[in-house]
Structures are given as C-alpha cells and as structure tokens.
Ligand binder design. Structure first.
Ligand SMILES: [Cu+2]
Length: 75
C-alpha cells in the first residue's frame, strides 16, 4: 500500500533526508519519498504499516505529520 503523509516543519533537503532514513527503519516500510517543497511524504509499505508509528517517528524528529491519503499499490 501507499500512504501519503502531510508534514509540516520541513525546510530543506536535510529534513527530507532524516525523515527518509528514520522511516526506512520502521517495520513494514519498503520505500520512502519525502518532499519538503510539497510538504509530503509517500510511504510504500506492506499491509502491516502502523500509520500512528510513522506519525510518532516524525514527531520525534520535530515535525508534525498526519495521514493525507491511503491507497493500495497498483502492480
Ligand atoms: Cu531542513
């Protein structure tokens, strides 16, 4: 599945990078793409993704996140 999070507080490429690195460590997550310009983070995961854990991990980094959209991965 693919889950899009809205993230507030990102200002630069370093913000993207630390969020990517942190989220990729979480169980069930396969791929993370973060854009500070869009204020969004797209997470490819298996069905076990705990969105609350993602939001908490992002909060621990000092950003605020919430789920914007969830959809099954095509292909
Ligand atoms: Cu930054």
């Amino acid at each position: 599945m693919e889950t899009t999070f809205m993230i507030t507080g990102m200002h630069c490429n370093s913000c993207e990078k630390i969020i990517n690195l942190t989220l990729e460590e979480l169980p069930g997550i396969k791929n993370v793409k973060t854009s500070y310009q869009e204020g969004e983070c797209r997470v490819d995961s298996d069905q076990s993704l705990n969105a609350q854990a993602v939001i908490q991990a992002i909060a621990d980094l000092g950003y605020q996140a919430k789920v914007k959209d969830t959809q099954p991965l095509s292909s």
